[in-house]
Design a protein around this ligand. Sequence first.
Ligand SMILES: CC(C)(COP(=O)(O)OP(=O)(O)OC[C@H]1O[C@@H](n2cnc3c(N)ncnc32)[C@H](O)[C@@H]1OP(=O)(O)O)[C@@H](O)C(=O)NCCC(=O)NCCS
Length: 509
Amino acid sequence: MHGHPAPPLRSGGCRRVGGSQAHQSGQSSSAGGSASSVRAVVRVSCHQSAFSRQILSTRYFASVQYGDWVILRGVSKNLVENTPRVVEQTTICFVSSRHFCISKRGTQSVNIEFRPVREEEVDDFIRAESRGFGRNATDAYLAHGNRLIEADRTLAAFEGKRLVGTSTSHTLKMTVPGGAAVPTGGIAWVTVQPTHRRRGINTGMMVQQLHRIHERGEPLAALWPSESAIYGRFGYEMAAFGERWTVERQRSALTHSPEEQGQTSFVDSWEARGIFPDVYQRVFSVRSGMVTRNDAAWDDELSGAPQGRSVAEIFYVVYELDGRVDGYVKYRIDRSQSRLIIFELVTATDEAHAALWKFCMGVDLLDTVEGNNRPVDDPLLWMLADPQRLRRESQDALWLRLVDAPVVLAQRRYAKEGKLVIEIQDSICPWNNGRFQLDGGLDGAQCRPTSASADLSLSVADLASGYLGATGYSALQRASRIQEHSVGAIKLMDEMFATDLKPWCAHDF
Ligand SMILES: CC(C)(COP(=O)(O)OP(=O)(O)OC[C@H]1O[C@@H](n2cnc3c(N)ncnc32)[C@H](O)[C@@H]1OP(=O)(O)O)[C@@H](O)C(=O)NCCC(=O)NCCS
């Protein structure tokens, strides 16, 4: 993740993606939407309330307001062409027609077109994204991007022929409590060129990405943000945490540990390609927050070194019992800082977990073992003789967006039978607005619109924070983020949404 000290090798976040094969079509469309369904995001500065009233009262627009942004539907071409001249001090960003007009507080006026890139533009897209993060794209990085980017799922911003904003969503599925694998748009590769920032370009891309994900029938969106301040305004919230762990090898004795009967062995990367996906899949099926990693992402993951690091530095070890591999670790040695760095340690049994940690902590001539993005309930803490010497740094990891809230509420299972009327506020995806009756338990759930009075009210982002079970809603209530209307409603919600395992996402896409 970009906002944290970069994890080794994969720097992750919105820019290092685990995507999928490039799609065949790459056909450029006008970023979705016919003339009759043109949408716009209009940011109305505080002294533009007269304009805001005018827009909102115009019969052509179905509009939704969030903060000082207004999303409009059914905008006429006439308005697209004339508004920037008429209205000063206003940022206007039309996100679904071929012509977009942005005017930042009357100081600049540019025409921006938002659309997917064509196959032949993918290299430019990768170069622009790399520049957005302050680097020039190497050949290895271009190859990495080409493996992962699905051209028809990109949404880029163009000023004339110049690419000034990049974003994409990957085709993923996410495990939710109860085990359902829910189609998810994995947002990544988000940048706006430093020459074009703070003009609403990213806002335009993010709002339209959500609408496009909804049109694809994917009820969830997720991302790994570089900075936490960017995505809350679009309804995303922290939903699965990870921890960066540093273990001092001299203090790594274990007092408790499952008995091991299998063995650890090294494998080559091509062998790992045949073995690791199976173990990953076993964990995917039981741990909420895990997302699918398709063939292209596995190829990329095991291709060696997307950032030019020597393949010679990377090692793959598996734990095998009775002919079955139950866990793997991918790591590298950093001699200069005397540490072993775990990229990924994924285990389907407690025995494999203990064996692979012991293996890593047993590698000689090093001072520390570092594990990035460990699950918050990794049992190693309870196995160590000297747990105080384990350094833990919390990371916000995966952010979740309930694109279709009632649909995803019905798709998870609940730890306790319960019935709640939840009032959801969502200013970007208007179909989520309103009161819904959730009727859920261990065996299934239903969630339907209702006119009954609400037991509690919360924003769609607040709802996302506890959806996978990472946190109790009572914590958000104490932070004054949720209103309870019926006494005990939030307590019941906490009991219903609780999970045995904490959510964890091993794949930083
Ligand atoms: C983050 C980024 C994409 C934002 O693009 P942008 O077009 O400038 O964003 P917008 O103009 O739509 O900004 C909308 C709002 O988000 C805020 N915002 C944008 N980037 C922010 C950041 N990094 N931290 C905090 N707030 C941010 C803006 O301040 C603005 O809010 P305001 O109008 O209340 O001031 C761009 O700054 C960028 O490319 N950064 C480097 C790459 C990066 O971090 N990408 C995200 C990867 S997850």
